[in-house]
Design a protein around this ligand. Structure first.
Ligand SMILES: O=C(O)CCC(=O)C(=O)O
Ligand SMILES: [Fe+2]
Length: 577
């Protein structure tokens, strides 16, 4: 059983010793409730040990400002002012893609009221986000055409009726346009800081109202015309400004520091589309061969959403057409569909795995971070390409270098475990920290465990570990993402499901081979899950009593996810042995 990658035997022994004694010492410390600065913490401060402070994240680079090259004077309802706009050409699209900005469309006192209101609100949820499945930290004051938040209605109602809607109707020559939803998002330290690039395909037009002062945060909303982050440009939105775009704009959010709140308006073509939850505009454009529209339509057939019956083969056909026009999202999605088809039944579509790898490669080579992660996984698992951990890590690194939070986390895991790359705790903590700072719960959790435990070459630091990364909010966020499927290493969820499928000792070899087939040999997932897997593999099945207690113990853990440090230490040990 290969668990430590390229570590040689002697280093492995030393490593094991430091892990075990570190874990025991930290457990005692915890029981005595001794805080930072005590004698045993000094023991861990040996040369070569990573400390929280020595390992600060380098300042993330900012994107250049988007060029609003044109300006015209406009009059809309009760408001008149300047409309700025900028444009670019896109692959697979006949026309150009445009972004508009209206300066100071809402007065300073009104904006102040909005900000105070949304800051006070207790409605933010940590439900999975529709774009990345991470805790959303959002709420809907207006949903499916109806106000839900009376307080915000009082402040924004006139703005919506007299300025926003008249402007959008005129700008997009759409008299029947109707407001579908208003979404408030919160980006604060320790929570969500980013939104990976996406299209608002469910909205005919999107408007983002600036409410936070750019002096209070760094970064923010950005556009990314191409697959690679190199094409990204940031959109400055002052309080009261309104940025407006349509479903063809690829954009994302990246807050590098401070606090940002945003109010997002999603507008549809008719009140009928609002009422029945459909998005008919993609249909017409898809007939004209528009790559974005083909992609959007494909996602509806893939998931059976927006009024479409689920039809995977139709989805693949539409994705293929869009992918052939160069749409990187379509290339990535069709590759995922081919891979899933192969996994469920290798005879379903001939050559599916090869086609999957081919499309992943195309999008990854074009610079699309999501596809780079998936292509990395293909190499890690030998899915349509020869298994090769070095190439897997190389692609994962390219995605991580584009600030993909999951890729940064996986790089942390790879460096910590020495899988496909030299074991390097300093590097591991650096990657974890980049991901954790931007709000990726698994990285926050991993850092919390490492610093609390003070094991495996990381100096124990209760301030960084215990307080900074192990707050209730992070634990809650981690719980929300535990169900989420991360790609590589195999997700907590998929491994947990696999272990459930092999409930008795007789099937252990089968369990092991299944785990290997999802990349188990070269990766690890949540330490908690690994602990459970190893319990089963190593002792539980041989001892019926132990089996019962450990099962009960971990079932209880999984339902409450109590994060007491002593058990974290035990968990943290497992993947390292
Ligand atoms: O927060 C923002 O400025 C935009 C968020 C966004 O793009 C979205 O929710 O779809
Ligand atoms: Fe969006």
């Amino acid at each position: 059983m290969r668990t430590t990658g390229c570590l040689d035997k002697r280093r492995r022994r030393q490593h094991r010793r430091s892990v075990v004694c570190g874990a025991a010492a930290a457990a005692i410390l915890w029981q005595l409730r001794v805080q930072e600065g005590d004698a045993l913490a000094l023991l861990h401060g040996r040369r070569g040990t990573v400390t929280a402070r020595r390992c600060g994240v380098e300042p993330a680079e900012r994107y250049p400002a988007f060029n609003f090259a044109e300006e015209v004077q406009v009059e809309v309802g009760t408001w008149s002012g300047v409309e700025q706009s900028g444009s670019f050409r896109k692959v697979g699209k006949a026309g150009i893609c445009r972004v508009y900005r209206l300066a100071r469309v809402l007065d300073t006192p009104e904006v102040g009221e909005v900000l105070r209101h949304v800051k006070r609100s207790e409605r933010y949820t940590t439900d999975a986000d529709s774009v990345d499945s991470r805790p959303s930290f959002e709420y809907y004051p207006f949903q499916n055409g109806r106000w839900q938040d009376e307080g915000l209605r009082e402040i924004l109602h006139c703005f919506v009726e007299d300025r926003l809607m008249p402007y959008v109707r005129e700008r997009y020559a759409c008299d029947t346009c109707a407001l579908a939803d208003i979404l408030v998002r919160r980006y604060v330290p320790g929570e969500r800081r980013t939104h990976r690039v996406h299209f608002d395909g469910h909205a005919f037009a999107t408007a983002v109202l600036g409410v936070s002062d750019p002096a209070d945060y760094e970064g923010g909303l950005f556009v990314q015309p191409g697959p690679d982050v190199a094409s990204a440009a940031s959109l400055q939105i002052d309080p009261g400004d309104l940025v407006v775009h349509s479903f063809d704009l690829q954009h994302g959010v990246r807050v590098l520091g401070g606090e940002r709140y945003s109010v997002v308006f999603w507008i549809k073509d008719t009140s009928r589309s609002v009422a029945d939850g459909t998005v008919p505009w993609h249909e017409k454009l898809a007939e004209q061969g528009d790559a974005d529209a083909l992609f959007n339509l494909a996602t509806h057939y893939e998931h059976g959403t927006y009024g479409k019956q689920q039809d995977p083969l139709r989805a693949i056909e539409l994705y293929e057409r869009s992918a052939t026009l160069g749409h990187h999202f379509a290339q990535n999605n069709v590759a995922i569909m081919y891979r899933s088809a192969h996994m469920s039944n290798p005879d379903l579509i001939s050559g599916a795995l090869g086609r999957s790898a081919m499309w992943f490669e195309k999008a990854a080579e074009a610079g699309f971070a999501l596809a780079q992660k998936n292509y990395a996984e293909a190499f890690a698992g030998g899915l349509g390409v020869e298994m090769n951990m070095t190439r897997a890590v190389a692609w994962m690194r390219r995605a991580a270098e584009q600030h993909d939070l999951e890729a940064e986390f996986v790089m942390g895991e790879s460096c910590r475990l020495g899988r496909g790359v030299e074991l390097d705790m300093m590097e591991a903590v650096r990657w974890y920290q980049a991901s954790a700072e931007a709000g990726f719960p698994k990285a926050q959790y991993a850092l919390g465990v490492l610093f609390c435990a003070g094991t495996s070459g990381v100096a124990r630091d209760m301030e960084m570990g215990g307080v900074r990364w192990r707050t209730g909010c992070n634990v809650q966020a981690h719980r929300a993402t535990l169900r989420q499927n991360t790609i590589w290493p195999p997700s907590s969820c998929s491994v947990m499901r696999l272990t459930e499928q092999f409930p008795c000792g007789r099937t252990l070899p089968r369990l092991e081979s299944r785990l290997r087939s999802v990349g188990w040999a070269c990766a690890t997932s949540s330490v908690f899950v690994w602990c459970r897997v190893r319990e089963r593999l190593e002792s539980g099945f041989r001892n019926p009593l132990l089996k019962a207690t450990s099962k009960q113990h971990y079932r209880c853990k999984s339902s409450s996810l109590r994060c007491d440090v002593a058990s974290d230490i035990r968990r943290a040990r497992f993947p390292l042995i």
